[in-house]
Write a protein of this length. Structure first.
Length: 301
């Protein structure tokens, strides 16, 4: 079963919940990732609907990639696998704590044992915690650094040697594409003091840039997708309780007020940007960012 994308968005796209397929994936392309193996972290979702990782897994699989999905909660991957099957793809998966070097090494080894290569790495894990440096507990700061930034470091540490081998064996062909998922909180104030999240997501952007230059000669590309305030399952599962007393509608209205476009995107918008960066269409694109935020980060006030 293929999810579809209507010729025009619904009258009030912001009102479409993230689990509603009324706004679907764009129509299938010509196998834009055919023959590639994609390792995606955070491929589950905290609730029903299109989180970033779930959307990327489904879209990449539909475009021909063999997907290996990781999530700390292996149970969350079951719904992702169902969505992947709906669009005609398959996904292998494994539970993995991406803040543990041993766990990451084991997961990468499992992917290689199954598929023999890794062409695309998507670092999608992340989460926020409220507070500035005075009110934030030191343990929370450390956990945020591990979750949002160390996870990117660890996956790259264990995947890059394989991509280098692929580049060497390919006689000059590209070694791979790394797509890191940051946040507009890493670019500007987005409505709440969350200093650790902002700092680590800014770190992801610069990490990607440094990586891009270091590995360019080996034709390993590194780019970042920077999502804004999307309507993902995270809104209902966590953010509404943290920021709006559990009132989902109030939080959505607050977030929409910052976005120039008159609707709110979801994980599928992140996925389509990531697909471009993962595919050979972006072969001359490295060390840069695609901001997916409906114009929010360029608006003053």
């Amino acid at each position: 079963m293929q999810t579809s994308f209507p010729s025009a968005p619904p009258a009030d796209p912001a009102a479409v919940p993230p689990g509603d397929d009324a706004v679907g994936l764009l129509p299938p392309g010509a196998g834009r990732l055919a023959g590639k193996v994609a390792l995606i972290t955070g491929a589950g979702s905290v609730g029903p609907g299109w989180g970033n990782g779930r959307a990327m897994a489904a879209l990449f699989a539909r475009e021909g990639a063999q997907v290996f999905g990781l999530d700390r909660d292996a149970g969350r991957l079951e719904e992702t696998a169902r969505r992947v099957a709906e669009v005609g793809g398959t996904m292998e998966s494994a539970g993995c704590d991406v803040t543990s070097g041993d766990a990451v090494a084991a997961a990468v080894a499992a992917c290689l044992a199954r598929f023999g290569r890794i062409d695309v790495l998507v670092n999608n894990v992340g989460g926020s915690a409220r507070g500035g440096p005075v009110e934030m507990d030191e343990a929370v700061w450390d956990a945020q650094v591990d979750h949002n930034l160390k996870s990117v470091f660890l996956l790259c540490k264990h995947v890059l040697p394989q991509m280098e081998r692929q580049a060497a064996e390919g006689g000059g062909a590209g070694g791979g594409s790394i797509v890191n998922i940051s946040s507009t909180s890493g670019l500007r104030w987005t409505g709440a003091a969350q200093v650790a999240y902002a700092a680590t997501k800014a770190g992801v952007i610069q990490f990607s840039r440094v990586l891009a230059v270091q590995y360019a000669a080996r034709r390993i590309r590194s780019n970042t997708v920077v999502p804004g305030q999307l309507h993902t399952p995270m809104v209902e599962a966590r953010l509404a309780g943290q920021r709006a007393g559990g009132d989902v509608d109030a939080l959505l209205a607050q977030r929409q007020s910052r976005i120039p476009l008159p609707f709110m995107g979801d994980g599928r918008d992140t996925a389509h940007a990531a697909l471009f960066l993962a595919s050979d269409e972006s072969r001359f694109v490295t060390g840069t960012e695609i901001v997916v935020d409906g114009g929010m980060s360029v608006r003053c006030g």
